[in-house]
Design a protein around this ligand. Sequence first.
Ligand SMILES: Nc1ncnc2c1ncn2[C@@H]1O[C@H](COP(=O)(O)OP(=O)(O)OP(=O)(O)O)[C@@H](O)[C@H]1O
Ligand SMILES: O=P(O)(O)OC[C@H]1O[C@H](OP(=O)(O)OP(=O)(O)O)[C@H](O)[C@@H]1O
Length: 231
Amino acid sequence: MTITIALPSKGRMKDAASAIFERAGMKIAAVGNDRSYRGRVEGWDDVEIAFLSASEISREIGSGAVDFGVTGEDLVREGLAGAEARVEFAARLGFGHADVVVAVPEIWYDVDTMADLGDVAADFRARHGRRLAIATKYWRLTQQFFSGSHGIQLYRIVESLGATEGAPASGSADIIVDITSTGSTLKANHLKILSDGVILHSEACLVRARKPAHEGNATIDRIIAAVCAVL
Ligand SMILES: Nc1ncnc2c1ncn2[C@@H]1O[C@H](COP(=O)(O)OP(=O)(O)OP(=O)(O)O)[C@@H](O)[C@H]1O
Ligand SMILES: O=P(O)(O)OC[C@H]1O[C@H](OP(=O)(O)OP(=O)(O)O)[C@H](O)[C@@H]1O
């Protein structure tokens, strides 16, 4: 059986992902020209590489179209319902760190915790005639965290496809759920992270699709061992 590994074709994880495989003794060569979206691994004839975007990788692992992928934990947990049952986080790779956080305007002086935010959400309709609006592209993680972990039910998600941190100032939402790494974008937009508002500490992971065909497959075990050995 040919094992397919999906690696980022662009973006911030691309170079570090390929570098880890190279260090692991799996040197990747493009098939065809340099812009090709397929590759192979020198000396590993039963392995092929598919170059995809980070969010496509989480989808393809979920559907089982690829065997392994390197992508952000946030994209896997956001993209796949019941991720744990469908995929294995085989290794945390030590790059692509970002936290998915709940952030509110700095001037909400009385709001520092999720419990405070729950109180705000409960009063919001009476005070403002509408529900608290949360701008995010992480609607699954937001619902799990607000409704599942904190019992907050009174809110509305406003889907954001970019510049999420600008939503409170522009009036399209009251608060946000987004990723942050240095914190400078939140700061520039006068937003603060709630003290218990970190939903997920994400980083790039080697993720395996859970497939029956992987049972007892020596190449599967060899790939995981080779990557883990260089971390
Ligand atoms: N400062 C950051 N901003 C955005 N994403 C970050 C940051 N730091 C780390 N990441 C991680 O990088 C991943 C997204 O990578 P990138 O933005 O390169 O993807 P992409 O190529 O834009 O993918 P797609 O086009 O499919 O969305 C996510 O897992 C995210 O957590
Ligand atoms: O905490 P910081 O270091 O400020 O990083 C966080 C910001 O970086 C990302 O945006 P980016 O400008 O990289 O664009 P992208 O979302 O299109 O990747 C992300 O969406 C945040 O807005």
